[in-house]
Design a protein around this ligand. Structure first.
Ligand code: PHE
Length: 521
């Protein structure tokens, strides 16, 4: 660059340089967005090229900033629960009232009321007494707007606050708002700019603004105009405002993916009832009536209706007899007295095998190749890896010469398509299949040790049950050919895919989590 030639810049570069020359101090790109009316990406791009010409200097750092969550946004309008209660108590109740009546008057939900009570005490705005078994609330002061409320109000107008701009006390407040899920904190790259002496000198001499071309058109190529044009450069590493586009819920995505695989493998989808008789869920599958899985701690029983219809008499009779002495299946049965009443109990299905077996009973002719992805219920204590309501994936194949080798082949293909390269089968047990097996897949994981060497810390994980339905299951239903079957939980697959996300998380509808979780496929 010679001293006599004015620098030529793009319009955005010129605007940014001008602004920096006037400000003569280090400024954040965010502030320039507001003052210049240019978007962040444009300023980022312009500043990168200005810095390359030594006209400005850039400093980059990570910056944490807080924004209101959805809940915070609502609270900024209606007030915190403790504020709603205290205002009503002081203004309408003379500072003293029974808590239940306040709760009723203000239409507070139980958890909201508990929250309000906790914070009223913590903030020393009110105290409680118990009289004749009733809880009374008495205000202790006329509470001023607290620093937490100030911060919420501020955030509702400025939309975000950088954490580094907060003093020690405000930081503590932010911490508490974070715990109450009223704000969330995110990190982004922050960039500050300052004009250099070279830049100041350039501005003093005057810069030439050259219009930049953002799009190359056929016309420009034909006329040769492109040779003279100055093309806009894009800084693809510039950070920009995150945008949250609409997308499917990750569980729905996974269901879709599994459905696609089944369809590609030539299966047809079936749907069945969530509410089913014990007959189809257990008896038809040769599970004895005193089987532990039927007990109250595993199965949800309905009290209304309390009795289900059973299928055709002849089917029921054959199933009953098979349980008792094996009927004509070649088995000796379980050797107990089968009860119709137990079979008529109404339950929420505990597995989708209830649906596939019922389907087979009404489609006894080969070939049958169907699948189901649907909800099942088990009376389980909910924790990070167990849900009481979840999904099962289930497939069956009935054909004249279907064999265990076919089942292993198709399952290997099925799991390969789901992304598991190594698949094995271990012997297992189910009351309705023989042989029975468990499909296990290898989960790859590598560890880099201190010496920089990679070691394999992957492991084999059981994914699902499989087998060939026993004659005690098929013959009483009039099914004459081998039935290959397998089933597994969908959420288990989800946990593997997400490397151990708490199984309850996808069902909490936490917007931030849903927005940031990567696509499943
Ligand atoms: N129903 C079994 C379960 O709920 C899975 C299974 C399906 C096993 C079909 C064998 C055959 O775990």
């Amino acid at each position: 660059m010679t001293a006599s030639n004015p620098v030529s810049l793009s319009r955005a570069e010129g605007t940014v340089l001008d602004a920096l020359a006037k400000l003569k101090k280090r400024v954040n790109v965010i502030e320039l967005v507001e003052t210049l009316g240019l978007d962040q990406a444009t300023i980022f791009g312009a500043s990168t090229s200005l810095a390359e010409k030594d006209l400005i200097s850039i400093r980059e750092s990570e910056e944490k900033y807080a924004r209101l969550t959805e809940e915070g946004m609502i609270r900024s309008k209606v007030g915190l629960p403790e504020r709603i209660v205290i205002d009503y108590l002081v203004q309408k109740k003379g500072g003293n009232s029974e808590f239940d009546s306040l709760k009723h008057d203000l239409h507070l939900a139980d958890d909201e009321a508990t929250l309000a009570l906790g914070w009223l005490k913590r903030k020393n705005w009110a105290n409680t007494t118990k009289e004749a078994g009733k809880l009374y609330l008495r205000s202790t002061s006329k509470p001023q707007k607290g620093p937490d409320e100030e911060m919420i109000t501020k955030l509702s107008t400025v939309s975000e606050i950088t954490l580094s701009s907060l003093d020690q006390e405000q930081k503590i407040e932010a911490e508490s708002l974070l715990k109450r899920n009223l704000i969330h904190v995110a990190t982004r790259k922050s960039r500050t700019l300052e004009i250099t002496d070279v830049g100041l000198e350039a501005v003093r001499r005057g810069v030439v603004v050259v219009e930049e071309v953002t799009q190359l058109t056929p016309d420009m190529i034909r006329s040769g105009e492109w040779k003279k044009a100055k093309f806009k450069t894009f800084d693809v590493s510039a950070s920009a405002e995150p945008t949250f586009i609409a997308k499917y819920h990750p569980i729905v995505e996974l269901i879709e993916e599994v459905r696609e695989i089944f369809l590609e493998l030539g299966f047809e989808e079936i749907k069945g009832n969530l509410v089913e008789s014990a007959f189809w869920n257990f008896d038809a599958l040769f599970q004895p009536q005193d089987h532990p899985a039927r007990e109250m701690h595993d199965t949800f029983y309905l009290t209304s209706p309390s009795k289900a219809k059973l299928p055709d008499q002849s089917i029921v009779k054959r199933v009953a007899q098979t349980h008792e002495d094996g009927w004509e299946t070649g088995s000796t049965g379980w050797g107990y007295r089968w009860s119709k009443d137990i079979a008529r109990q109404v339950i929420l299905r505990t597995h989708t095998t209830a649906t596939t077996i019922k389907y087979l009973a009404s489609h006894p002719n080969p070939p049958v190749k169907v699948f189901s992805i649907d909800r099942v219920y088990r009376n389980e204590k909910v924790n990070y890896k167990h849900l009481a309501e979840f999904h099962q994936i289930e497939g069956i194949i009935m054909d004249k010469d279907a064999s265990l080798a076919d089942l292993m082949g198709i399952l290997k293909e099925f799991y390969n398509r789901l992304g598991f390269e190594k698949v094995r089968f271990w012997p297992s047990y189910f009351p309705y299949t023989e042989p029975s097996a468990e499909a296990v897949v290898y989960i790859e994981r590598k560890n880099t040790g201190e010496n920089g060497k990679e070691s394999d810390v992957g492991r084999w994980l059981e994914l699902g049950g499989m087998g060939i339905f026993r004659p005690e299951v098929t013959l009483p239903l009039g099914i004459k050919y081998p039935v290959l079957a397998w089933g597994q939980g969908l959420e288990r697959l989800f946990m593997i895919r997400t490397e151990g996300v708490d199984i309850r998380t996808p069902y909490k509808n936490e917007l931030n989590w849903l927005r940031t979780i990567p696509e499943m496929q």
